[in-house]
Design a protein around this ligand. Sequence first.
Ligand code: PEP
Ligand code: MN
Length: 348
Amino acid sequence: MIIIMKANATPRQVEGVIQVIQSLGLTPHLYEDADATVIGAVGDNHDVPSERFESLEGVEAVKRITQPFKLASRQFHPEDSIFPLDGFQVGGNEIIMIAGPCSVESRTQILETAQAVREAGANALRGGVFKPRTSPYSFQGLGEQGLEYLAEARALTGMPIVSEVMSQTQLEVMEKYVDVLQVGARNMQNFNLLRAIGETRKTTLLKRGLSATIEELLMSAEYILAGGNRQVMLCERGIRTFETSTRNTTDINAIPVLKSLTHLPIILDPSHSTGDSQYVAAVARAALAAGADGLIIEVHPDPARALSDGRQSLRPEKFAELVRQVRSIAEVMGRRITPVTRPAPVGW
Ligand code: PEP
Ligand code: MN
């Protein structure tokens, strides 16, 4: 249920509504912008009549959100969510380009890749240090040592860091080092992890599960939003279908569908959705044309020797070419790709 306040409602009237919400055992979520003040009353409210709020001072209207996801819904927040990430506005006119290796493998590898992707036009650096591998015998990531290298790459290039958190036990250390917590496809329904992230105020990139529906993805986002963390980006990374010629099937439909259902920014990951470096640029172009707000791309200086996902990783020069192509498409869509504005440190 959402309570829309009158344009001239006073802070006391807003507080009055919040108190009634709490007295009914519901959780208030206050959204204020230049145009309106809206209060969400979230919880089991099916037996609360809307008149309970309509009669309160300062209330303009009361609406019920019919979708199962509430805070994630456009019915609740009609405007696109835009939030800052290190001076960058995610979900606004700028397209966010996140690039880097699947895994952080060594200090040299991540520093070299960071500089190359920054030069090519990336705004943020990705790199996994806790890797969800199908086999327990495959490389599992460098852990905290990898985070130290990422911090160095951040200091060197000025790019914010995106890295995957696999469990709550890693959250504390991840919060110290990274700017964006990535929730991987395999953890999309790890509800304890989602709740714990909801308690933080870290920007989160929530990836769609391998076989998850769009509604399930939005319900998972709802767990994070319900904790009060509003900085959630959704990521389409391909789904499992009967098709075997690519690693996954890019659900391009998901972009406009999500755009209509939610206000959250939508990122596409063509590396995992295709699983093959030769298809990544084509699908990246399609994503921007379909209305995506950003891309996350795996880039490795020597893909043949990568410890994970080498087959789908682009060499830095191929990534630079991809950025040139998607920049033109971004312009057609009235968007832009802006390089990191912070000056590179001396000696870079
Ligand atoms: C990754 O980004 O390297 C990754 C493991 O992605 P996903 O969770 O989408 O498989
Ligand atoms: Mn990967």
